[in-house]
Design a protein around this ligand. Structure first.
Ligand SMILES: Nc1ncnc2c1ncn2[C@@H]1O[C@H](COP(=O)(O)OP(=O)(O)OP(=O)(O)O)[C@@H](O)[C@H]1O
Length: 291
């Protein structure tokens, strides 16, 4: 177990005390990320404690969201999330104005969005799939992410300064085979943490913790299957989501109730369009399972 530097211990204690009675207490993550390399959690926590933005880079279903939840849990700090792959506009980031009725009067009220709430309260902000953000959204994020930690809210005209504990964790689906690269100016504002698919004993412990599968021999075969699939991904033979831990966990859960090969068909193979890839995965699965 890597020891936490003093600065991290201090930040963890301070933030835990600060947010203990926060109304957004429910937004504190539940943890649960299991690392193959302890330095992943360690270095990400140090970067956050030092006030740096953290970029989690890894393929789909590699545990990036879980890791962000774990960092939120470690600091006892509420986390607001936004996903850039959905139709994200300025309103989804900054909030909106609405009409409310108070004392018989219609008044316009501003409802702050996740970016503003996280900045004003000194919470964490999780920006998922930041590489999918629309070009017009990026300038809003740029000013939040650089040393100024402030933005002029176009909805209220106010300058919003982030509290010192405000922290940003972003994630990009950059996997073993190229996906949409992140704009260089944006990437430059982050400390990058690679989050690969876990394998071997680590994967086994994730399966045991998160699925209902308990048959040890079967779990070992799923772990072996995952290693073979990852080798195929790295060779460029199949799409990278084939080795996704998320899909494997689904297959393990199904395999408690239906034959493993059918579970693999439903969780992994049926998501693929290319017949050659489907056949490749099926062949590998058949070397580990016979029904
Ligand atoms: N190392 C890990 N430790 C704990 N859980 C993991 C790990 N890797 C994957 N998982 C599990 O796999 C599933 C997918 O993880 P998660 O949603 O965090 O992935 P992600 O990288 O954020 O995916 P995406 O890029 O598609 O959003 C979750 O159920 C998560 O608990």
């Amino acid at each position: 177990m890597l020891a936490w530097p003093q600065v991290v211990i201090r930040e963890m204690e301070t933030r835990k005390a600060l947010f203990r009675h926060d109304p957004d207490h429910a937004l504190i993550g539940s943890g649960g990320y299991t690392a193959e390399d302890e330095a992943i959690v360690h270095d990400a926590a140090i970067a956050l404690a030092l006030g740096k933005n953290v970029l989690l880079k890894g393929p789909t279903g590699s545990g990036k969201t879980r890791l962000a939840e774990t960092l939120s849990a470690l600091f006892g700090q509420p986390m607001h999330s936004i996903n850039c792959s959905v139709d994200l506009d300025a309103e989804a980031l900054l909030g909106f104005k609405t009409i409310v009725h108070r004392d018989g009067q219609a008044v316009i009220e501003y409802v702050p969005g996740p970016v503003i709430r996280a900045m004003e309260k000194g919470h964490l902000l999780y920006i998922d799939e930041i590489n999918m953000a629309k070009p017009e959204t990026l300038p809003i994020l740029n000013s939040v992410l650089d040393y100024r930690r402030r933005l002029t809210n176009p909805l209220t005209g106010e300058v919003v300064e982030a509290k010192p504990t405000f922290g940003v964790i972003a994630a990009i689906n950059e996997g073993y085979i190229g996906t949409v690269p992140l704009n260089e100016a944006l990437k430059n504002r982050f400390v990058v943490i690679d989050v690969p698919y876990v394998q071997g004993e680590t994967l086994k412990s994730v399966i045991m913790a998160q699925t209902t599968l308990t048959d040890d021999a079967l779990i070992n075969r799923f772990v072996a299957l995952s290693a073979d699939l990852l080798a195929q991904v790295r060779n460029g033979q199949v799409a990278e989501e084939v080795a996704s831990v998320r899909a494997l966990l689904d297959a393990c859960d199904l395999a408690v109730h239906i034959p493993p090969l059918r579970a693999i068909e439903r969780s992994i193979i049926d998501k693929l369009d290319d017949e050659r890839e489907r056949a490749a995965v099926r062949n590998i699965a058949e070397t580990w399972f016979d029904e």
